[in-house]
Write a protein that binds this ligand. Structure first.
Ligand SMILES: [Zn+2]
Ligand SMILES: [Zn+2]
Length: 374
């Protein structure tokens, strides 16, 4: 596949985005392209739409290395007006996963022309990255048991950084995070008789203020430790009703899984206290939890060496990113290293309506991965 073919393929993927957990058509397309490259092993439907292709080296006891891309798109309505813009209204490849998949297909093509020398190479396409579920789905699927690389790499394109710059960091690269959904079920009544109802307004406001105030110490532990009230729902725009149901959401993020757990525990304890004064029911649920992405130090060294060999500029961060990446979940099974690839300083941000993957990164990303195999 020439670079032009790859760009064409990338645009096709962009035109046909699918949400997390619904990536069946995308997976079909990837499988079709992979088959043309004749991998030595092709595992499909791992934890949903997940795919793993293995390209074996000729050697007897080879090491093995893995590269990961993501299959899913996001729930944003694209406004780029590009010819190949999303045909699925309200769904778009706004995170560049179309580009990440294409980079791996380019690597597959190269490996089909020339076997890897002393390492087996796994190319992994995971579902549901955006919701923080897909990595665990794959890990839980026994088909995935045979996938045991010595090191796994992934890259993410990064708008706001110079084009083709490699962005790395040892240790925590991306934060742990979780959504928290707290639902209050009381009883509604006529606003003239509030004593007949159970309105959770006071408990909701107390919880929001608790999150804001009590988490001062949590925030001071690390600049990326954050808690945000993401939504509050209570009643309708009506003046004769005393509402009986409400809901509030938070997102908590931290540079460490342990600190995140402590913060969640504190919030849960506060909810238990509120339950004592509220006659209705309160439920407490975690939504879209992500583990921290903790980079292997040897992996980071390898990325730096590869970047130097490719003649790319290198940016070594001193602080982790406050966003989360589902790639971190694979860290429980094998060492992982995630690095950034700059999309250009003026490039529209990830998850925005005007975003589109920068096709120049297809070549650079592919070269980086091939260099890492060597
Ligand atoms: Zn994303
Ligand atoms: Zn992404």
């Amino acid at each position: 596949m020439s670079e032009i073919d790859l760009i064409k393929l990338r645009k096709e993927l962009h035109h046909n985005p699918e949400l997390s957990g619904q990536e069946s058509e995308t997976a079909k397309k990837i499988i079709k392209e992979l088959k043309k490259c004749k991998p030595d092993k092709l595992l499909t439907q791992i934890g949903g739409s997940g795919i793993a292709a293995k390209f074996s080296s000729g050697t007897d006891s080879p090491g093995s290395i893995l590269f990961r891309a993501e299959l899913d798109a996001i729930a944003v309505r694209e406004e780029t007006d590009l010819k190949y813009s999303s045909k699925n209204r309200g769904v778009m490849h706004g995170c560049g996963h179309d580009g990440h998949m294409t980079i791996l297909l380019g690597v597959a093509k190269k490996l089909s022309e020339q076997k890897p020398v002393n390492k087996d190479v796994w190319l992994l396409f995971q579902p549901a990255e955006e919701t923080g579920e897909g990595a665990q789905w794959m890990l839980d699927d026994e088909k995935f048991d045979v996938v045991q690389p010595d090191m796994a790499y992934a890259l993410h394109n990064l708008p706001g950084y110079p084009e083709n710059q490699i962005v790395v960091k040892s240790g925590v690269f991306a934060a742990a995070s979780t959504g928290v959904q707290v639902k209050f079920k009381g009883k509604s009544s006529h606003a003239a008789y509030p004593e007949q109802g159970m309105n959770p307004a006071r408990q909701i406001s107390e919880l929001v203020q608790f999150a804001d105030a009590e988490f001062g110490s949590f925030k001071s532990k690390s600049s990326i430790n954050k808690i945000v009230t993401t939504y509050i729902n209570l009643g309708e725009r009506a003046f004769g009703i005393n509402p009986g149901e409400g809901e509030v959401g938070f997102t908590i993020r931290s540079s460490s899984d342990e600190e995140l757990d402590i913060a969640v525990k504190k919030l849960r304890e506060k909810v238990q206290l509120l339950q004592e004064q509220f006659n209705g029911e309160i439920s407490f649920d975690l939504v879209e939890p992500f583990a921290a992405t903790v980079n292997d130090s040897k992996g980071v060294e390898n990325v730096i060496t590869a970047a130097e060999k490719c003649g790319l500029s290198i940016n070594q961060l001193d602080k982790p990113f406050p966003w989360s990446e589902d790639f971190g979940a694979f860290g429980e099974k094998f060492p992982i290293t995630l690095f950034g690839l700059g999309s250009g300083e003026a490039h529209p941000p990830l998850h925005s309506e005007m975003y589109d993957f920068n096709d120049k990164l297809i070549k650079t990303g592919g070269e980086m991965f091939l260099e890492l195999i060597d």
